[in-house]
Write a protein that binds this ligand. Structure first.
Ligand code: HAM
Length: 427
């Protein structure tokens, strides 16, 4: 940036400006007000920053998000705070703080909020990005797993994406099947340590499951032969997963079983999934989620199982979601000539808006021609013309910009007439 150049948005961030900002608003509204709400999910807003521990304990101190990507800072009181890199740990923190677990369960919550991760920016990967998510907290039932997945799939289809669902179960931790599996996986990784990419070798000790996420060709080749969690699930986890897939079958939701899908956050247990869309290149995951039955305890709460997902709104937009959405147009554009007419026009615009009719007028001091051009550009259906002769006769001229038809209407009642449909230019 040269000295005199103005600022640009920070690296990895971007501005959502019209008309694309309408597509984002559409995505948000269809999620929160329509698809998620129709299934009983209620909106929640948590602060943009949290105590850093919410993430280090919730998401996992060894996860890449926590070790490499968080925007962490100390405030003036010496507290360590972090811009949220994800929404699940904050939502669980909030549920515990407000005792929602003592109310009807599961608590079903939805959000459409920005997240912050200091990743290397590329197409579909930003440092500030938006997630549309739901969390169902307080039940272990496989029905809620199927519900959550079905909602995600329906949403993506509804906004025009052709997404594929990748599905896996990663068992349960502690003394459960995950421990037995991790032993087998670690033994395998140690055996192949020399073939694994050098930058991935730490993972063997720190977090062996993460070796499945590696982008290094050498590691990927080794992982082809790695033992799979699906072969090690205990009977409870197997039954749970079987019930989930049965329910998805019943609902007609198709999926691909992906035994190498482990996901990048450490809180996951049992069901994990990702929604993948074509045309996005390397960053093709438009959403992901799973169970997190141990998260509440990790945050100092009681045992409180949960499941949810987050969809990446930026990637949905990139993949062409909500592409049919156009920007908003006024119904009427009021054109005025002269100061007196401008006052009359302002009253009409205000009265129309009060009646719920979208209306605009010239806010500069343009001439008739300029205003007509602007009316056209605004996409309005009608222009209402108030000039000297109209003022004298107490009427306004209404012109349908599509058909060119014109009628006169009394100035006093024009707002009511337009709002109630008493003026019908198609007649
Ligand atoms: P995640 O897989 O880290 O999961 O993120 C979910 C989605 O957010 C990704 O599939 C992607 O579409 C989008 N996303 C992630 N990072 C970026 C980025 N840097 N730029 C643009 N988009 C991005 C979670 O965050 C979990 N909290 C999801 C969840 C909810 N699990 C259970 N409940």
């Amino acid at each position: 940036m040269t000295e005199e150049a103005s600022f640009s948005a920070p690296r990895g961030t971007y501005d959502l400006i019209p008309p694309d900002s309408w597509r984002w608003e559409h995505l948000r509204a269809v999620a929160l007000d329509d698809v998620f709400a129709a299934a009983g999910y209620q909106p929640i807003e948590t602060p943009v920053f949290e105590h850093t521990e919410v993430f280090s304990r919730g998401v996992g101190a060894a996860s890449e998000v926590v070790t490499k990507q968080m925007y962490t800072f100390e405030d003036r009181g010496g507290r360590s705070l972090t811009l949220r890199p994800e929404g699940t740990a904050p939502v669980m923190r909030s549920v515990l703080e407000h005792g929602l677990e003592r109310g009807p369960l599961p608590a079903k919550l939805s959000y459409a909020i920005p997240m912050f991760r200091q990743e290397r920016p590329q197409k579909g990967r930003y440092r500030q990005f938006w997630q549309l998510g739901i969390e169902a907290i307080g039940t272990e039932s496989p029905v809620v797993d199927a519900e959550v997945i079905e909602i995600g799939m329906r949403y993506l289809t509804g906004v025009g994406l052709d997404a594929t669902l990748m599905l896996n179960s990663i068992g349960h931790p502690g003394d459960g099947c995950r421990a037995t599996y991790l032993e087998a996986l670690t033994a395998f990784l140690r055996e192949h340590e020399n073939e694994i990419a050098v930058e991935d070798r730490d993972r063997i000790r720190l977090n062996p499951l993460r070796t499945f996420d590696s982008k290094e060709a050498a590691t990927i080749a080794v992982m082809e032969g790695a033992p799979l969690i699906s072969e090690h699930l205990c009977s409870d986890c197997r039954a749970h997963f079987g019930a989930v897939t049965d329910l998805l079958d019943v609902a007609g939701v198709s999926y691909t079983l992906e035994p190498r899908l482990v996901r990048g956050l450490d809180y996951y247990t049992r069901t994990t999934f990702e929604f993948v869309a074509s045309g996005l290149g390397a960053q093709d995951s438009v959403g992901g989620g799973g169970r997190y039955d141990g998260l509440a305890e990790a945050l100092g709460g009681p045992r409180l199982p949960g499941i949810g997902f987050a969809l990446g709104a930026d990637r949905i937009l990139l993949a062409g979601g909500a592409s049919q959405v156009s920007d908003h147009h006024p119904r009427a554009y009021v054109v005025t000539l002269g100061d007196e007419a401008r006052t009359a026009g302002f009253r009409i615009v205000s009265a129309l808006r009060a009646r719920g009719v979208a209306a605009e007028m010239d806010l500069g001091a343009r001439g008739m021609k300029g205003q007509m051009k602007d009316a056209d550009r605004s996409g309005a259906d009608l222009v209402v013309i108030v000039g000297e002769s109209e003022l004298a006769s107490g009427t306004a001229t209404i012109k349908d910009l599509r058909s060119g038809r014109q009628i006169e209407s009394p100035l006093d009642t024009i707002d009511e007439d337009l709002a109630t449909g008493a003026i019908d230019l198609d007649a």
